[in-house]
Design a protein around this ligand. Structure first.
Ligand code: SAH
Length: 268
């Protein structure tokens, strides 16, 4: 069936509406439908491409920061698999909708409830320090936006993530489902006690600052395992700390670099 219709492909203004307009008179309805779908797909692709470009820019900024901090890190670059995961995870999905234009800036952003999504460089650094391997199981304390867990989920078999703020944990667990991160399991609880049912873990990442290393977490770390944790309070310098348990079960720790994280809360 043919219908009489005018479709105008226009961009910004009413002037363009008439000057560059394309009039399609008496076009079959299914063609018009296809044309509209094609136009919509073009717009969607342009937006997706824009995010890919922004992510590449973010990767370049992380690489610059690694160089600047190389004397602390004792390395010149992060593992290629870590950078690949950073390139793949759509950070704009993990920030509030009103913050999407800032999603790929190399800085933390507010995510509500007084919490923040960590700076991309810090997420890459913490991930690299964990030295993730396929097949491993990782515990995260402080799900927050879910971004750190999403990056880890690309590199290991299973991520267990605990969040203490119920509404935040619920929203993020819904987001993991929506985006298909099926190897992340979440729980609302005080993470100080870890997650004994799934222990021991190959590695543990804590994304809120605490005055000491929680003994239950050390206990739940496998022999040969690694934990990355910001140690310090809101009022003293915090140090990102790498804790390692050797094959004999001996635990050592090393301060990596000064950082600033939101406080670890709960009843410890
Ligand atoms: N990994 C997060 C960082 C979020 S900020 C991300 O990528 O966005 C740190 C998070 O730790 C906050 O959401 C905070 O609520 C949570 N947190 C603080 N203390 C906690 C505790 N005792 N147990 C579990 N989560 C905690």
């Amino acid at each position: 069936m043919a219908i009489a219709v005018s479709i105008v492909i226009h961009r910004n203004s009413f002037l363009e509406f008439f000057s560059t307009g394309l009039y399609l008179i008496a076009m079959p309805a299914k063609h018009i439908f296809l044309l509209l779908i094609t136009q919509l797909l073009c717009v969607a692709n342009a937006v997706a491409d824009e995010y890919i470009l922004q992510r590449q820019q973010m990767i370049a900024e992380i690489e610059d920061d690694v160089e600047i901090t190389s004397k602390y890190l004792k390395k010149q670059s992060f593992d290629a698999s870590v950078m690949q995961a950073m390139q793949e995870v759509p950070r704009h999905e993990f920030v509030p909708p009103g913050r999407r234009t800032e999603a790929y800036e190399n800085r933390p952003l507010p995510i509500g409830h007084g919490q923040t999504i960590s700076q991309p460089y810090i997420v890459a650094l913490m991930t690299d320090l964990l030295a993730p391997e396929p097949g491993q199981s990782v515990l995260e304390i402080g799900t927050g936006s879910g971004y750190q867990a999403a990056v880890l989920s690309k590199l290991v078999a299973r991520v267990y993530s605990i969040e203490i703020i119920e509404p935040l944990g619920e929203v993020t667990s819904g987001l993991f489902k929506k985006l298909g991160y099926n190897n992340i399991e979440t729980r609302i609880a005080d993470g100080y006690d870890g997650w004994p049912q799934h222990a021991p873990f190959d590695s543990i990442v804590v994304t809120a600052a605490i005055s000491h290393i929680p003994p239950p977490l050390v206990k739940q770390l496998k022999k040969g395992g690694r934990m990355v944790i910001p140690v310090g309070t809101q009022f003293q310098t915090q140090y990102l700390t790498l804790v390692q348990k050797d094959m004999q079960g001996k635990v050592t720790s090393r301060q990596i670099l000064p950082v600033y994280f939101v406080p670890f809360t709960g009843g410890h």
